[in-house]
Design a protein around this ligand. Structure first.
Ligand SMILES: [Zn+2]
Length: 139
Protein backbone atom coordinates (compact mmCIF):
# COMPACT_ATOMS: atom_id res chain seq x y z
CA UNK A 1 0.00 0.00 0.00
CA UNK A 2 1.40 3.41 -0.95
CA UNK A 3 1.43 6.38 1.42
CA UNK A 4 -1.22 8.05 -0.72
CA UNK A 5 -3.49 5.02 -0.44
CA UNK A 6 -2.96 4.83 3.31
CA UNK A 7 -3.90 8.47 3.71
CA UNK A 8 -6.99 8.29 1.48
CA UNK A 9 -8.19 5.07 3.13
CA UNK A 10 -7.78 6.62 6.55
CA UNK A 11 -9.66 9.80 5.63
CA UNK A 12 -12.47 7.80 4.02
CA UNK A 13 -12.83 5.79 7.23
CA UNK A 14 -13.10 9.04 9.21
CA UNK A 15 -15.93 10.67 7.32
CA UNK A 16 -16.77 14.15 8.49
CA UNK A 17 -13.52 14.53 10.45
CA UNK A 18 -10.59 16.67 9.45
CA UNK A 19 -7.01 16.01 10.54
CA UNK A 20 -3.75 17.91 10.33
CA UNK A 21 -0.74 16.35 8.61
CA UNK A 22 1.06 15.70 11.91
CA UNK A 23 -1.81 13.73 13.39
CA UNK A 24 -2.26 11.70 10.20
CA UNK A 25 1.44 10.82 10.22
CA UNK A 26 1.26 9.76 13.88
CA UNK A 27 -1.90 7.70 13.45
CA UNK A 28 -0.60 5.93 10.36
CA UNK A 29 3.01 5.70 11.53
CA UNK A 30 4.27 7.47 8.46
CA UNK A 31 7.57 9.26 8.98
CA UNK A 32 8.71 11.86 8.37
CA UNK A 33 5.47 13.93 8.61
CA UNK A 34 6.56 15.83 5.49
CA UNK A 35 5.76 12.67 3.61
CA UNK A 36 2.11 13.01 4.63
CA UNK A 37 2.19 16.74 3.90
CA UNK A 38 3.33 16.01 0.37
CA UNK A 39 0.38 13.65 -0.18
CA UNK A 40 -2.29 15.86 1.41
CA UNK A 41 -1.13 18.74 -0.81
CA UNK A 42 -1.40 16.43 -3.78
CA UNK A 43 -4.96 15.54 -2.77
CA UNK A 44 -5.76 19.22 -2.27
CA UNK A 45 -4.86 19.90 -5.89
CA UNK A 46 -5.93 16.73 -7.65
CA UNK A 47 -8.94 15.33 -5.84
CA UNK A 48 -12.53 16.46 -5.71
CA UNK A 49 -13.13 14.03 -2.91
CA UNK A 50 -11.10 15.79 -0.24
CA UNK A 51 -10.83 19.35 0.94
CA UNK A 52 -7.83 20.86 2.68
CA UNK A 53 -8.68 23.97 4.65
CA UNK A 54 -7.67 26.10 7.62
CA UNK A 55 -9.68 24.59 10.47
CA UNK A 56 -9.41 22.82 13.82
CA UNK A 57 -7.86 19.36 13.78
CA UNK A 58 -10.25 16.90 15.47
CA UNK A 59 -7.31 15.18 17.12
CA UNK A 60 -4.84 17.76 18.46
CA UNK A 61 -7.43 20.62 18.45
CA UNK A 62 -4.87 22.94 16.88
CA UNK A 63 -5.99 25.39 14.28
CA UNK A 64 -4.06 24.67 11.12
CA UNK A 65 -4.34 23.16 7.66
CA UNK A 66 -6.52 20.07 7.94
CA UNK A 67 -7.83 17.61 5.39
CA UNK A 68 -10.97 15.49 5.24
CA UNK A 69 -13.70 14.18 2.99
CA UNK A 70 -15.63 16.93 1.31
CA UNK A 71 -19.27 17.02 2.39
CA UNK A 72 -21.29 15.53 -0.46
CA UNK A 73 -23.71 18.18 -1.59
CA UNK A 74 -25.81 15.80 -3.62
CA UNK A 75 -26.73 13.56 -0.71
CA UNK A 76 -30.47 13.42 -0.17
CA UNK A 77 -31.24 16.28 -2.56
CA UNK A 78 -34.10 14.09 -3.72
CA UNK A 79 -35.26 11.09 -1.67
CA UNK A 80 -34.21 7.95 -3.54
CA UNK A 81 -35.52 5.24 -1.21
CA UNK A 82 -38.02 3.23 -3.27
CA UNK A 83 -38.03 6.04 -5.83
CA UNK A 84 -38.69 5.45 -9.52
CA UNK A 85 -35.82 4.42 -11.78
CA UNK A 86 -35.39 7.88 -13.26
CA UNK A 87 -34.86 9.50 -9.86
CA UNK A 88 -32.43 6.83 -8.67
CA UNK A 89 -30.33 6.99 -11.83
CA UNK A 90 -30.35 10.77 -11.84
CA UNK A 91 -29.01 10.90 -8.27
CA UNK A 92 -26.33 8.31 -9.05
CA UNK A 93 -25.17 10.38 -12.00
CA UNK A 94 -25.18 13.58 -9.97
CA UNK A 95 -23.12 11.93 -7.25
CA UNK A 96 -20.69 10.33 -9.70
CA UNK A 97 -20.22 13.59 -11.58
CA UNK A 98 -19.20 15.33 -8.36
CA UNK A 99 -16.39 12.84 -7.70
CA UNK A 100 -12.96 12.41 -9.20
CA UNK A 101 -13.33 10.51 -12.48
CA UNK A 102 -11.00 7.65 -11.56
CA UNK A 103 -12.37 7.17 -8.06
CA UNK A 104 -14.09 3.80 -7.60
CA UNK A 105 -17.30 4.76 -5.84
CA UNK A 106 -19.72 1.89 -6.45
CA UNK A 107 -18.29 -1.58 -6.22
CA UNK A 108 -15.26 -1.34 -8.44
CA UNK A 109 -16.75 1.09 -10.93
CA UNK A 110 -15.02 4.40 -11.53
CA UNK A 111 -17.08 7.59 -11.19
CA UNK A 112 -16.16 8.64 -14.73
CA UNK A 113 -17.43 5.35 -16.14
CA UNK A 114 -20.71 5.69 -14.26
CA UNK A 115 -21.28 9.13 -15.73
CA UNK A 116 -20.33 7.90 -19.22
CA UNK A 117 -22.58 4.83 -18.99
CA UNK A 118 -25.54 6.79 -17.67
CA UNK A 119 -25.07 9.49 -20.29
CA UNK A 120 -25.33 6.80 -22.94
CA UNK A 121 -28.76 5.68 -21.74
CA UNK A 122 -30.02 9.02 -20.47
CA UNK A 123 -31.27 10.25 -23.87
CA UNK A 124 -33.92 7.53 -23.68
CA UNK A 125 -34.99 8.78 -20.28
CA UNK A 126 -35.92 12.48 -20.53
CA UNK A 127 -36.90 12.69 -16.87
CA UNK A 128 -33.48 11.46 -15.72
CA UNK A 129 -31.88 14.04 -17.95
CA UNK A 130 -33.80 16.84 -16.31
CA UNK A 131 -33.20 15.62 -12.75
CA UNK A 132 -29.50 15.01 -13.33
CA UNK A 133 -28.99 18.45 -14.82
CA UNK A 134 -27.71 16.85 -17.98
CA UNK A 135 -30.04 18.51 -20.40
CA UNK A 136 -27.28 19.72 -22.68
CA UNK A 137 -27.30 16.56 -24.82
CA UNK A 138 -27.06 17.45 -28.45
CA UNK A 139 -29.34 15.36 -30.59
ZN1 LIG B 1 -3.75 17.41 14.57
Amino acid sequence: MTVLEKVTDFLRSQKGKKFCDDCISKKLNITPPQHVNHKTRELECNSNEFERVQDTCVDCKKRKKVIGIKPVITEAVVPTDDADAATVLAMVRLYAAARTADERIVGNVRAGDIVRALDEVLPQLPLVRVLAGANDFSH
